[in-house]
Write a protein that binds this ligand. Structure first.
Ligand SMILES: CC(C)(COP(=O)(O)OP(=O)(O)OC[C@H]1O[C@@H](n2cnc3c(N)ncnc32)[C@H](O)[C@@H]1OP(=O)(O)O)[C@@H](O)C(=O)NCCC(=O)NCCS
Length: 143
């Protein structure tokens, strides 16, 4: 498995494999929405977008923002369905923490993502209910 950072940010919507997998975790995905995400989050200097491949095929991705040089905020995270629960997500996040040299990762997670983050070692700092998006959990991982 290879982990690599995607630059330039245009590849996020120009590359079909990446845009399709990113689209799978977005509500009503369109080309415009994906382009807008890439431009608003990943064109910035804080933007980080990583993919993980197996035999050259994309199997997972993670998009983050780097804050104050020591902290990452997870914005997007997906592993292709047939590869889920095979520690791909764990390998990807571990590799990114290493590559970025950070000591902290935070995420605003939904109830369904919680098992992954809990299992990785994130601690729930705040739990709140938002009607539209369901219950959210602000989680923190300290290395
Ligand atoms: C959430 C996600 C990115 C995790 O990646 P993954 O490669 O499947 O995760 P891992 O295999 O590294 O999981 C490690 C541990 O986390 C926990 N875990 C992960 N997904 C879980 C799930 N759906 N249900 C219960 N536990 C889960 C388990 O403890 C797992 O270890 P185990 O399989 O030995 O029990 C992936 O499942 C996914 O893409 N899900 C759908 C999209 C999504 O929800 N994305 C996040 C929105 S931002």
């Amino acid at each position: 498995m290879e982990i690599s950072r995607i630059t330039p940010f245009e590849l996020i919507y120009e590359n079909k494999e990446i845009s399709e997998l990113l689209g799978s975790i977005i509500f009503n995905p369109t080309f415009g929405k994906i382009q807008n995400i890439a431009q608003s989050l990943y064109a910035k200097t804080q933007g980080r977008f990583y993919v993980i491949k197996s035999d050259g095929l994309l199997i997972g991705l993670m998009g983050l923002s780097k804050i104050d040089n020591h902290k990452l905020v997870v914005n997007h995270f997906a592993v292709k369905a047939p590869f889920q629960r095979h520690k791909i997500g764990t390998a990807l996040l571990t590799g990114i923490i290493e590559a970025e040299g950070v000591s902290e990762v935070v995420v605003d997670a939904s109830e369904e993502d919680m098992p992954f983050y809990k299992g990785f070692g994130f601690k729930i700092q705040k739990s709140e209910f938002e009607e539209a998006r369901g219950r959210r959990f602000y989680c923190v991982f300290l290395k």
